[in-house]
Design a protein around this ligand. Structure first.
Ligand code: C2E
Ligand code: CA
Ligand code: CA
Length: 658
């Protein structure tokens, strides 16, 4: 009884011991799984795994061989126990040793597999079989490597239950390893991206430095460091734009050095350069903080003075001349430099940039002519030719007396062989019968500010003529030339709206505008053109290709038509350059949905070539010259081309001129 009881007792305590062990193992497993699962630092994960595995099956040493990324080697990534430092970090070929065997068979190695080995393998490994246990680590997606345990603590062999426990353990940690490895990849990618980002930033910085330099080079004169012509013009434009009523005046000074070319030739280019630098410095030293100076070209400087009147502007001009009143040493010579300065005031002598420049220039020339040093613009003397003042008076009289006449030149639409419109071109025969070419009187009108009045006359005359033709059932769109300074005048839109209303001219008028080299306010132009569209007034860019209209700008402007300048068209059959410009302009127009008109078509060959290039319309002597109304109507009557006719509806919407 006692014996049996003792036996039972022993069995109970053995079972209890076993239970405790199991509980410990389970706790260890669970805890490891948790710890590993929440740790993303790979090295920490590996260290944890080998420590726990060693504890779990009481091994002297545990190693963690893992496959490398390209799967041809494994590396001991972690170890726990005696002498592991020597092994950790080592890499071996994949098909080597027990690790290779586990990888190949994807099953654990323990002494139970000895019977399955080849003789050769058996001889190699039999000796160590009992003291070695290795289970594979297989993640959700990949075979990762294994956990290798060497020597049971306190001697003896690893048991089958050690094997099962380790397998269970490996199953749990494999997923964690895989996650951590994936994280590592992500981390690696992030680091690489960061590096790339850093590199990108460095490159960008360099690029923007280069851009700044380029911008500097394109805006500043590199001899004197002063703003160049284009930057100076920008400054002036900005000032003019900001100026409101009641603001102080501006003065534009243009200084030109006397006999610079001679000095340059006798003293040499280097001395010439030095001279310009010294002049720039001396001028700059006489200016106030808000004044702007720039180098326009060669030996010409310009200065913009703000908040000045005539007296202070002239005083500044004289001060600039004083600054030159001291010899400078150039190539071993003492040289005294003199200059002529022309002064134009805003608003007295012009309220736009091109007029101001023209007048300051004229004054400068007068200063040089009269050797007067500084010269204020004076309309009567500076006109360049004595006849100009008389011309101004005459122009005014011509307007008052209705001496200007509009001639009309047909525009032929090629696809339909139809004359769809005409361009109004002004003619002026003086009362004595002499003829003044339009280029000349238009320029004079622009310079004197009479162009506004003239343009209103032209617009009104064209609208009247359109209505007269509509009565004859001719539906011709009339193009009127309008200078950009007129179109961007604040009162233009409302004035035109009234006129369109009065003559029911909706949809019947095109404005031909030519870009002016001095023009800079594209936002304003854009707004104006957009508004014009709203009452069906089309816009056409005239003289396209002559250099001022840039493609980039054109893209931004809501225009209906571009006219290729006649200088390209007239020679397009013989000049390859011209042919290329004509063709690419037509292509450009097509791409942007803008009609293209070729001007200056003087023969049938050019017309045929333009037809082949799919140009929309042509204008030129081959079709007809600009003709007075009666002659044009006679031409229509016998023309081989159709003339666009108005249907009844259109004819009745055209109201009577009032
Ligand atoms: P534009 O606007 O480029 O006008 C076209 C010019 O080319 C006209 O010269 C016209 O007679 C001429 N032309 C037409 N076909 C041919 C051709 O086949 N061969 C040649 N060689 N020339 C041809 P025009 O009438 O002497 O006018 C010259 C410029 O004067 C015009 O150039 C325009 O800028 C200006 N202009 C004329 N009338 C007015 C107007 O009423 N208002 C404004 N603001 N400017 C006008
Ligand atoms: Ca024109
Ligand atoms: Ca033109």
């Amino acid at each position: 009884m006692t014996r049996t009881a003792d036996v039972d007792k022993d069995r109970v305590s053995a079972l209890k011991e076993q239970l405790r062990r199991r509980e410990h193992e389970i706790a260890l497993l669970r805890e490891t799984a948790l710890a590993v699962g929440s740790e993303l630092d790979l090295d920490k994960v590996f260290a944890l795994i080998v420590d726990r595995a060693r504890e779990l099956i009481s091994a002297e040493t545990v190693l963690l061989p893992l496959l490398n990324r390209d799967c041809n080697e494994y590396t001991y990534r972690a170890g726990s126990g005696a002498n592991v430092d020597e092994i950790v970090g080592e890499s071996l070929p994949l098909d080597f040793g027990i690790c290779g065997w586990v990888w190949k068979h994807k099953r654990p190695w323990w002494r139970g597999v000895l019977s399955e080995l080849s003789e050769q393998e058996k001889n190699l490994w039999e000796k160590d079989a009992g003291t070695l246990l290795m289970v594979p680590l297989v993640g959700r997606q990949h075979f990762l490597g294994g956990i290798a345990c060497i020597d049971k603590s306190g001697g003896g062999e690893f048991s089958e239950s050690d094997l099962h426990l380790l397998e269970l353990f490996a199953g749990q940690v494999a997923i964690a390893i895989e996650n951590a490895m994936a994280m590592e990849k992500v981390e690696q990618a992030r680091r690489e991206a960061e590096e790339a980002q850093g590199e990108l930033q460095r490159v960008n910085k360099r690029l923007s430095a280069v851009n700044q330099e380029l911008e500097y080079l394109s805006l500043y004169d590199n001899l004197t460091g002063l703003p160049n012509r284009s930057l100076f013009h920008d400054h002036v434009r900005k000032e003019l734009k900001q100026r409101g009523e009641g603001d102080g005046g501006l003065a534009l000074l243009i200084a030109d050095i006397d006999r610079f070319q001679d000095l340059n030739d006798t003293l040499g280019h280097e001395a010439g350069d030095e001279l310009l630098r010294i002049v720039a410095q001396r001028f700059a030293s006489r200016l106030g903080p808000t004044d702007i100076i720039g180098r326009m070209s060669g030996d010409e400087f310009a200065v913009l003075l703000t908040d000045v009147d005539e007296k202070s502007a002239m005083a500044s001009a004289r001060s600039l001349l004083d600054a030159l009143d001291q010899t400078m040493e150039l190539a071993g010579n003492e040289v005294l430099v003199t200059a002529g300065i022309g002064v134009a005031l805003f608003p007295q002598h012009g309220n736009d940039i091109s007029t101001l420049f023209k007048h300051a220039d004229a004054a400068m020339l007068a200063a040089k002519r009269e050797k007067s040093g500084a010269h204020l613009f004076d309309e009567q003397h500076d006109a360049g030719n004595a006849g100009r003042f008389a011309l101004v008076r005459e122009l005014r009289a011509a307007l008052d007396n209705g001496e200007f006449v509009l001639y009309y030149q047909p525009k032929l639409e090629l696809a339909t062989s139809t004359i769809t419109g005409v361009e109004a071109l002004a003619r002026w025969y003086r009362q004595d019968g002499s003829y003044v070419p339009p280029d000349m009187f238009i320029t004079a009108l622009e310079q004197t500010g009479l162009i506004q009045r003239f343009t209103w006359w032209a617009l009104e005359t064209a609208m009247l003529q359109r209505n007269a033709w509509l009565k004859q059932r001719l539906d011709l769109r009339i193009a009127v030339n309008v200078p950009i300074s007129v179109i961007t005048d604040p009162r233009f839109i409302s004035g035109l709206a009234r006129l369109v209303e009065r003559y029911s001219a909706r949809g019947g008028i095109t404005l031909e505008i030519t870009e002016n080299i001095f023009f800079g306010d594209y936002d304003r132009l854009n707004a104006v053109l957009t508004e014009l569209r709203s009452f069906d007034i089309e816009c056409s860019i005239d003289d396209f290709g002559t250099g001022y209209s840039s493609l980039a700008r054109l893209r931004l402007l809501p225009v209906a038509e571009i006219k290729i300048d006649r200088s390209f068209v007239m020679d397009m059959l013989h000049s390859n350059d011209d042919a290329v410009i004509v063709k690419s302009t037509i292509d450009l127009g097509q791409n942007l949905g803008i009609k293209v008109v070729a001007e200056g078509v003087e023969n049938i060959q050019t017309l045929q070539q333009l037809y082949r290039l799919r140009c929309d319309s042509v204008q030129g002597y081959y079709v007809a010259k600009a003709l007075p109304v009666a002659e044009l109507e006679a031409f229509f009557a016998q023309s081989k081309w159709t003339v666009q006719r108005a249907d009844k509806a259109a004819a009745t919407t055209a109201g009577d001129p009032i």
